[in-house]
Design a protein around this ligand. Structure first.
Ligand code: F6R
Length: 622
């Protein structure tokens, strides 16, 4: 969702802010802006616009070398429409304070009414302007409290007092005209990272905007703030208690976030899956002894092994991976598992007993609903385990224990490599948990050996991209599609439908194939595409029956089947084969042609695959 970049250093800030904002484009946004301290005029220059960063660039004057302090933002509208006035930065009513903000201020309406009663003027409909005005009001001394205690500067003091009044979430970067060499950042519930370069500091909501300048970083925790000047920085809580923060290394390289010749990040990440899965599985599989080694959770195996119930929480694609996990835990570890939408779980009254493990799956580690579900589970005494990609993200830090995906940054808004890795991690957990409960060493060895073969099998599927493109050419003019699967491939049907709708804007419904007869079959008309996952599995003959039902009604079948299955040809208008694998592991293979199909359909329909309308990469608000 929204992105923050702020800079204080020796170089002109404007181009650095714009480059940083471009690195955050993938997160989704609808307007953008920058604010720069102009030391000559001692004022804040704000330039913003709705639409793409390229529109903003067109409005910018030539960079001024003296403007070495600035803040930038990409906004994804929550309060107020995505127009120029509502774009960030927001100036306070005195014109001295400028703020960029990620998150949502829940008590903004009360604060706004109060500030208006004190004479503050508002120009926008945003909650962020309340922050700017509140800081401005407290800074002005109009409330009668003019000086901070001790040697604390007045700008930092006003920010702290304002932060203590806010209810909700924020990642903030703030500047003040009276302090042309000072940048303040603060965090609660929305990520904020301080990058430490040579004679320069960059604050950003995402490491992707920092890594070009430095890999040395400090990750702020909730209720912490940082005050930076050209001489250095200090970190405090928002209650003014000094804290020492550990310096961390940003793990990914610039290369990982470049397109490297691919037309889109989504395509790059689809193609990266063999490598990504090798990184995910690397060093974790011990085929000789039939064991899985997951260092991060080694201390928690006792709790996990004696658990009687697993609840998986996630959203979107991660939820689909979770559903595969539900089948895996049931099948391989014989443990009761249910997968819940985090947005539902957080507001239910879930029964969590001593022996319940709650697993949260999230690529970004910042999804607001998933985080709230973890907090709810912890409050009720569950042991929580995170399956997360972004190292150091909030969910990774909030859960008791966890396993990282280790697939590098996922930039494409449509999640691809994270899904296959989430399933791989769930499979590893299920095998090891099974091994500790009832699975024999030979059974575990079998699954581990098969898991290790998955990356090479995906490589083979990727060679079919041109064939799949032709299928997309023949079908992508249709506005309604069905995706059908059974057993382990039912979640893949859901994921295939989600991929198609989110980037090609085709309406698609994913279903367990047998459910079709209970209603959706009424939708089938002549030529309607129906994608079936009909690989060799325990329900093979059943799914053939479902294919026949669709064909009998004129539907056009696109069938994902196992290599060497001659029988299936008679049922498929279009056939895509994938290498065979045990059915528990098939989702990592069968999803790949559906990702490729969605990609080609979207490109053929002329859509910007990496910037699908209305979508954000990381959904940090409810
Ligand atoms: C779809 C997609 C979303 C995410 C969902 C959860 O392609 O990317 O459905 O899977 O928003 O995001 P994370 O995994 O970051 O919690």
């Amino acid at each position: 969702m929204c992105g923050i970049v702020a800079y204080l250093g020796k170089k002109p800030a404007q181009p650095i802010l714009i480059e940083g904002l471009k690195r955050l484009e993938y997160r989704g946004y609808d307007s953008a802006g920058v604010g720069l301290i102009n030391p000559d005029k001692i004022g804040i220059k704000i330039i913003k616009s709705s639409g793409r960063i390229s529109v903003l660039e067109g409005l910018l004057p030539e960079a001024n070398p003296k403007e070495v302090l600035g803040i930038g933002h990409t906004r994804w509208a929550t309060h107020g429409e995505p127009n120029t006035i509502n774009a960030h930065p927001h100036l306070d009513y005195t014109g001295k304070i400028a703020v960029v903000h990620n998150g949502i201020i829940e008590n903004y309406s009360t604060l706004k009414t109060w500030l208006i009663s004190k004479g503050c003027k508002f120009a926008s409909e945003t909650d962020t302007e309340v922050i700017a005005n509140l800081i401005g009001y407290l800074y002005s001394g109009q409330d009668g409290k003019k000086t901070p205690n001790g040697d604390q500067n007045k700008f930092e003091w006003a920010v702290q007092r304002a932060l203590n009044e806010l209810v909700g979430t924020y990642g903030l970067a703030i500047i003040c005209t009276d302090f042309p060499d000072m940048l303040i950042g603060a965090k609660k519930g929305s990520p904020l990272i301080l990058g430490l370069g040579e004679n320069e500091f960059i604050i950003a909501s995402d490491a992707a905007a920092i890594v070009e300048h430095t890999t040395q970083a400090i990750y702020l925790a909730d209720n912490e703030m940082v005050t930076i000047s050209s001489k250095g920085f200090h970190t405090k809580t928002i209650d003014n208690v000094e804290i020492r923060k550990e310096l961390k290394q940003i793990e990914f390289s610039l290369d990982a976030i470049e397109l490297n010749g691919f037309a889109h990040y989504m395509l790059k990440e689809i193609c990266e899956q063999p490598k990504a899965l090798n990184m995910c599985l690397g060093g974790r599989l011990d085929a000789r002894d039939g064991r899985v080694v997951l260092g991060g959770i080694s201390k928690y195996w006792r709790e996990i092994t004696r658990a009687k119930r697993i609840i998986i929480n996630a959203c979107g694609t991660a939820w689909h991976a979770g559903l595969v996990g539900e089948y895996l835990f049931e099948q391989l570890a014989r443990i009761n598992t249910e997968t819940q939408y985090a947005s539902e779980f957080r507001y239910r009254n879930p029964i969590i007993e001593d022996d319940t493990i709650v697993i949260a799956i999230s690529q970004s580690g910042e999804t607001a609903d998933t985080l709230a579900a973890v907090e709810q589970a912890k409050e009720r005494g569950a042991t929580t385990l995170g399956i997360v990609n972004v190292v150091g993200s909030t969910i990774a830090r909030t859960t008791d224990t966890g396993v990282y995906l280790r697939v590098g940054p996922e930039i494409g808004v449509a999640s691809t490599k994270a899904f296959t890795a989430q399933v791989a991690v769930l499979a590893m957990l299920a095998i090891e948990l099974g091994r500790r409960r009832h699975l024999s060493s030979d059974e575990a060895k079998f699954y581990i050996e098969e898991l290790a073969k998955i990356p090479a099998k995906i490589e083979k599927i990727l060679t079919k991209s041109e064939q799949i493109k032709k299928i997309a050419e023949a079908t992508c003019d249709r506005e309604n599609w069905l995706f059908l699967g059974r057993g382990f491939n039912y979640p893949v049907a859901l994921e295939g439908a989600l991929k198609l709708k989110e980037i090609s804007y085709i309406h698609a419904e994913g279903l367990p194939a047998a459910e079709m007869k209970h209603g959706p079959i009424a939708l089938i008309t002549e030529g309607m595409p129906a994608v079936f996952i009909a690989t060799m599995c325990s329900q093979y003959s059943k799914i053939i029956g479902n294919i026949e039902e669709v064909r009998a009604r004129g539907g056009r079948t696109i069938v994902v089947a196992s290599e060497g299955d001659e029988n299936i040809k008679q049922y498929a208008d279009f056939l895509i084969t994938v290498p065979d694998a045990p059915e528990e592991l098939q989702p990592m293979l069968t999803v790949v042609p559906l990702q490729i199909l969605a990609y080609h359909a979207a490109v053929l329909r002329g859509h910007d695959v990496d910037k699908p309308r209305n979508l954000a990469k990381s959904v940090t608000v409810e």
